[in-house]
Design a protein around this ligand. Structure first.
Ligand code: SAH
Length: 515
């Protein structure tokens, strides 16, 4: 029966140089549908996030002892999985056909009659320089660019690189894989006729938060790179374009570049904050300490309620889910004053098709209570149902400020637990990752409490704790740590602003070695 199986297609896919945003749409699509993904080490950290939960993910970049899986074995795996009828993605750093052995793999597949497709990727030799502010071609500097391996085939006794030929090349030279051979590359180029004062830039871990760039000339670049501790992966750009970095650098100028920031909020909610921090240049470590679990609450008849209040985006989503679960929808809120604690919750309500009537200017339970207390309920509710009633649809064990404030305003309160916050287990790797950060963000009291429970609260010389607002700060203080930074506005914008302001005052701690 095996000879009846149609072989699956092998996709030779480039994953780009490291920045997750530089993966192509096609690469993401193929990763999301593949049965098997055979990947290298040098792929973006999030490259496999979209893979199917049942997909087989094979790291051929490294094996037990840290050694690379031999090429022949990788090719045999490609053939084996394809012949079993699986759809295979061979995911490589950068572009699969630029020093990626993609050509050899395609030849092997062709020889075995296995269909394949090639998905080009953004290659490190263009992207690394670009993120360093170095255009590899430029009308006034370089009419062409050559990609060269700095790592010659060790089986060949003599240099296989034609240095004279390369030196004559009228344009930029980009060397891949040559960090350790930098002294030899620079010397050989000068001996073959390139000027010793020709500008050179070395870009390590280009496009990632760990990007490091050293600029010099052919005469001194080897010494400068060594002094800076430059390591693989790095590309070396030789040519007058390298000097443009001075004028064109941009990546490292972003306000949080060089800062490592832990995000402890629930994974489902982390992405917005993580994205914002990354866009500002931060190296974000996602270590959720909590997650929410729906309590599948049964909503009562809403007709008697003058007010319905939700106090988190999760509560907003739960409200609509609860309506639909009981075969109702947003129309059941007709005549009710719908309140959201802040703009994030208001947005989440709109996203499920509900427009909040009331959002306080300060985003706290007290402020919401004061505002609702001052908001006249719709006449139909008071006439037909007597004293105004409020339904709070929120987390189990949420604070008393809101219900107390409402009661004080003469409103009858039903506090319905929509969901609960539970601990997301943290391993020692997670705790180490947090300890290695410059900042750890707390977006709710529970993120602080659960991190404390896991034994991961930062010590005095650990990451600077950043609190989203007074309630979270209070929880942190109770746990024995004073936040270094507190948002002025108790929301994500406020938290990000406060973090950026704090970072501007403090020098970046240099990190050596690759990310
Ligand atoms: N196919 C890849 C190259 C693979 S060879 C591509 O197209 O980019 C591996 C070499 O690529 C490394 O030794 C280094 O020279 C370069 N490289 C890969 N990622 C890099 C990065 N983020 N920054 C700088 N150089 C990188």
């Amino acid at each position: 029966m095996t000879d009846e199986i149609t072989p699956g297609t092998v996709h030779l896919v480039g994953a780009g140089p490291g920045d997750p945003g530089l993966m192509t749409a096609r690469a993401l699509e193929l990763v999301a549908t593949a049965d098997v993904v055979l990947h290298d080490q040098l792929i973006p950290p999030t490259a496999l996030d979209g893979a199917r939960p049942d997909a087989e993910l094979i790291d051929v970049g490294k094996r037990g002892g840290g050694k690379q899986v031999p090429q022949a074995e990788t090719e045999a795996l490609l053939v084996e999985h394809a012949l079993a009828g699986r759809s295979v993605v061979r995911l490589k750093g950068g572009d699969p056909f630029v020093f990626g052995r993609g050509g050899e793999e395609a030849q092997r597949l062709r020889a075995r009659g296995i269909p394949y497709e090639v998905v080009p990727g953004v290659t490190a030799g263009i992207a690394g320089p670009a993120y360093a502010g170095v255009p590899v071609t430029h009308r006034e500097h370089a009419p062409g660019v050559a990609f060269v391996t700095g790592h010659e085939d060790p089986r060949k006794p003599e240099s296989t690189i034609d240095w004279e030929g390369l030196a004559r090349f009228p344009g930029t030279l980009v060397f891949y894989m040559g960090v350790r051979r930098l002294p030899r590359i620079a010397e050989s180029l000068v001996a073959a006729g390139r000027p010793a004062d020709e500008p050179v830039a070395v870009v390590q871990s280009g496009t990632t938060p760990g990007q490091r760039v050293v600029v010099g000339t052919l005469a001194d670049i080897a010494a400068r790179a060594e002094e800076a501790g430059i390591q693989a992966p790095a590309v070396t750009v030789v040519g007058s374009v390298a000097a443009l970095r001075e004028e064109l650098r941009w990546f490292e100028e972003r306000p949080l570049f060089g800062r490592r920031v832990a995000v402890t909020r629930a994974r489902a909610q982390a992405s917005g904050l993580a994205r914002r921090l990354r866009a500002l240049g931060a190296d974000v470590v996602e270590t959720p300490t909590i997650r929410t679990r729906s309590l599948e609450a049964q909503l009562p008849d809403l007709a008697p309620y003058a007010y319905v209040a939700v106090t988190s985006p999760n509560g907003a989503r739960e409200l609509m889910a609860a309506l639909l679960r009981s075969d109702r929808d947003g129309r059941d809120l007709y005549g009710t004053t719908l309140a959201a604690v802040g703009p994030g919750t208001a947005r989440a309500l709109r996203a499920v098709g509900l427009r909040p009537d009331v959002v306080p200017e300060t985003f706290t339970g007290e402020a919401l209570a004061a505002l609702l207390g001052a908001t006249q309920p719709s006449w139909s509710r008071t006439i037909e149902h007597g004293a105004p009633k409020a339904l709070l649809f929120r987390a189990a064990a949420a604070g008393d400020a809101l219900p107390d404030g409402l009661r004080a305003a003469g409103i009858e309160v039903t506090d319905l637990a929509a969901y609960e916050t539970v601990a997301e287990p943290l391993g020692s790797d997670d705790l180490d990752a947090i300890a290695g950060c410059d900042y750890v963000t707390f977006t709710s009291a529970s993120t602080a409490r659960f991190l404390a429970e896991a034994g991961g609260l930062p010590g005095a010389d650990g990451p600077r704790p950043v609190s989203i607002g007074p309630v979270t700060t209070e929880a942190l203080v109770e746990l024995g740590i004073a936040p270094a930074v507190e948002a002025e506005q108790a929301n994500l914008d406020g938290l990000v602003d406060a973090l950026v302001a704090d970072a501007a005052e403090r020098p970046v701690v240099a990190r050596r070695g690759p990310f």
